[in-house]
Design a protein around this ligand. Structure first.
Ligand code: GRF
Length: 202
């Protein structure tokens, strides 16, 4: 199976997926890492690991529709079975999302349905939540919604700042995302009535 990973920045989640795929010998290959930003740090890691990289710079397109169409063409050139959003910071058009229905995953740094959108750690602190975390979900047209595959939670501790909380969540993301992607690759995930079922029978 072919996995295409989309990033916008540091790419630490992409890195853990690449490492897990290698270490656990997934029946899949990371076909490409694609960024909307030419300066995304994660591109260098992919390059060093022999993974093809591409940049589709959103700034060069006049509209969201034009950018998404170009991005889609580049992605589809790699014949993906799965497209993984890993810190990809662009809102995607409904047409793009529909094209990848059932094969587009995202990780979001909150316990959805709490705190969709940006600044999730600040929001968790401001609301007084005692628990926070991350969610892997299938992408649907509505931002940070869509059937949830798995979640991991962390405590919110006295004295936490957005940075300390983000770091605690990120540790969990790095376990959560490779595991969820592996389930997809192993055909364990089905969506029924908008909910994800994970088959653990084998
Ligand atoms: C992660 O916290 C991810 O959940 C969020 O943005 C961050 C990306 O980090 N959407 P990285 O680029 O994977 O290091």
């Amino acid at each position: 199976k072919n996995i295409v990973i989309l990033i916008s920045g540091r790419g630490s989640n992409m890195e853990t997926v690449v490492r897990a795929a290698q270490a656990e010998q997934w029946p899949a290959r990371i076909a490409a890492v694609i960024s909307n930003r030419p300066d995304a740090l994660g591109l260098a890691f992919a390059d060093e690991h022999g993974i093809p990289t591409a940049v589709v710079a959103n700034k060069e397109y006049p509209t969201r529709e034009a950018f998404d169409a170009a991005l889609r063409d580049v992605i589809d050139g790699y014949r993906p079975d799965l497209v993984v959003l890993a810190g990809f910071m662009r809102i995607l058009t409904p047409a793009f999302v529909a094209h990848y229905e059932g094969r587009l995953l995202n990780i979001h740094p909150s316990l959805l349905p709490h705190f969709p959108g940006l600044h999730t750690h600040e929001q968790a602190l401001a609301s007084g939540m005692k628990e926070h975390g991350a969610t892997v979900h299938f992408v649907t047209a509505e931002l940070d919604h869509g059937p949830m595959v798995d979640q991991a939670s962390v405590p919110v501790l006295p004295g936490d700042t957005a940075a300390t909380l983000a770091a605690r969540v990120l540790v969990q993301e790095h376990e959560l995302y490779p595991r969820a992607i592996r389930w997809f690759i192993e055909d364990r995930l089905t969506i029924e009535h908008g909910k994800v079922h994970v088959d653990h029978s084998t």
